[in-house]
Each structure stands twice: as structure tokens, then as C-alpha cells.
Design a protein around this ligand. Structure first.
Ligand code: 13P
Length: 256
């Protein structure tokens, strides 16, 4: 795609801690993160579990590392036992939320429709969204990976105005690469990211497409991050397992 000279998009590396680490483990990991040096230009984020967000926000208040949430509900408040609203996240200092992770889609029945509502709720609350999507192995084997990804993006996001993309980061996470040790090759990641950017350009124009960060997630490790991040349409990573060790996470952050 043309227009790369106008690129404004951010490089981001975010650690998704998933359902790992109790309070004291979270505090230890944060201390270990604080002892590392950020040498890259990338924005750095970590997503502890809900119960540890407040402490993480306080501990990292004067650090460049942003604390983000792994999920939220679309309602403002009310009878939704066990759920967390945008307002609750903001009240502890969280301004960014991951939505649509494949584990939430697979185990908690999150659909394009419910995700569209969550995206709307987050944006209405001035929060930034890291929107995840990605094909399963069967989709890739049958050559349908692009149509699956296109539908996931269109169904949850394409009702938005162009301006909304100022607060949206996309995260392509092929399900077959998550937690499996099998990563997409740098070429597979680049091909899909270029397709995603073109899909955005077709719907919203080159400016939105060029300014939207697209992260890669799925078995991203210190030994493969640099090559994946070197691809022109890969703007960073969403890191699972390797984000649970401060040294590995920072090796990935500093791979930029
Ligand atoms: P892994 O890095 O453990 O494969 O997880 C990726 C992921 O799901 C990040 O959200």
C-alpha cells in the first residue's frame, strides 16, 4: 500500500498475563519489570488479572509501562454477576482494554455482536481498545484465513466512524499459534497484516489504515520477535507466555 511516508502509528508491545499470578506474584513481576531498561521506542503495556489491577496501577504510576485490562462488560452497571464495567476499570486507573481475545471467544462465548457492544462501550468511555482476532488452524488449512479475519474485523468494528480508529489497536493472533510454541512465520504475519491494512484502507481510506497499529500475537519469543517486528506491517506484539518473565518480555520489547 502507498503512503508509508505519512505513517504515524505507534509501536506497541503488550504482555497479556491471562489468568496467571496472584497478588504477591504480580508484585514480584512488576518489581522485576521495573529493574529492566526500555531501550526501544515501543509503548509497553501489561495486563494483569482484574484483582491485581489497582495494585499494578499504583506500582507503575510513574513508570512508562501502562497497565491495561484483559476484558470488560458492555453494560454501564447492573445485574451482571461477575462482570466488570468500563467505569470500574477507569476508577482504578486503567485506560486501555483487550477485547475479543480468542480464549474469550472460545471459552466464554464472545461473539462478533457482543464484541461490537464492548468496543462501543469502551470507546464511549474514552478508553483505548486492543481488538484481537485470528483464524483457527482449520481455517488456514482450508485457505479461508483471510475471509475469517475480514469478517471478524468487519462485524465488530466497521460500524464505527473513521475517527474511532484513533483509539483502536488491532491484534492479529492466529489461534493455532497461541500457547502452542508454533509461531506464524514472519512472512505469514506480514501477509496477513498487509491484508488487514488493505481491508481498513478499502473501508476507511489510507490515513486510517496507515495510522492504525496492528500487533502480532502467538508464541512470540525473544528469539523470533525481532524478525517478526522487522516486517513493515507488524507494529508490535501481544505477548502471552513470554510476558510472564521480565527478562524475556523486555528482550521482546527491546527487539524494536
Ligand atoms: P502466547 O504468547 O503464550 O502464545 O499467547 C499469545 C496471546 O494469546 C496473547 O494475547
Amino acid at each position: 500500500m502507498e503512503g508509508y511516508d505519512l505513517i504515524m502509528r505507534k509501536q506497541i508491545v503488550a504482555g497479556n498475563w491471562k489468568m496467571n499470578n496472584d497478588l504477591s506474584q504480580t508484585q514480584s513481576l512488576i518489581e522485576a519489570l521495573q529493574s529492566q531498561e526500555i531501550t526501544s521506542k515501543a509503548e509497553v503495556m501489561v495486563a494483569p488479572t482484574f484483582t491485581n489491577l489497582l495494585q499494578a496501577c499504583e506500582a507503575l504510576k510513574s513508570s512508562p509501562i501502562e497497565v491495561i485490562a484483559q476484558n470488560m462488560h458492555f453494560a454501564e452497571n447492573g445485574a451482571y454477576t461477575g462482570e466488570i464495567s468500563a467505569d470500574m476499570l477507569k476508577s482504578v486507573g486503567v485506560k486501555t482494554v483487550i477485547l475479543g481475545h480468542s480464549e474469550r471467544r472460545a471459552y466464554f462465548n464472545e461473539t462478533d455482536e457482543s464484541l461490537a457492544k464492548k468496543v462501543d462501550a469502551a470507546l464511549a468511555n474514552d478508553m483505548r481498545v486492543i481488538f484481537c482476532f485470528g483464524e483457527e488452524l482449520a481455517d488456514r488449512k482450508s485457505g479461508n484465513e483471510e475471509s475469517v479475519v475480514e469478517n471478524q474485523i468487519k462485524n465488530a468494528l466497521f460500524h464505527l466512524e473513521a475517527q474511532a480508529f484513533n483509539n483502536i489497536v488491532l491484534a492479529y493472533e492466529p489461534v493455532w499459534a497461541i500457547g502452542t510454541g508454533e509461531t506464524a512465520s514472519p512472512e505469514q504475519a506480514q501477509d496477513m497484516h498487509a491484508f488487514i491494512r488493505q481491508t481498513l484502507a478499502d473501508a476507511y481510506g489510507n490515513e486510517v489504515a496507515n495510522n492504525t497499529s496492528i500487533l502480532y500475537g502467538g508464541s512470540c519469543k525473544p528469539n523470533n520477535a525481532q524478525e517478526i517486528f522487522s516486517k513493515p506491517d507488524v507494529d508490535g506484539g501481544l505477548i502471552g507466555g513470554a510476558s510472564l518473565k521480565a527478562e524475556d518480555f523486555f528482550a521482546i520489547v527491546n527487539a524494536f
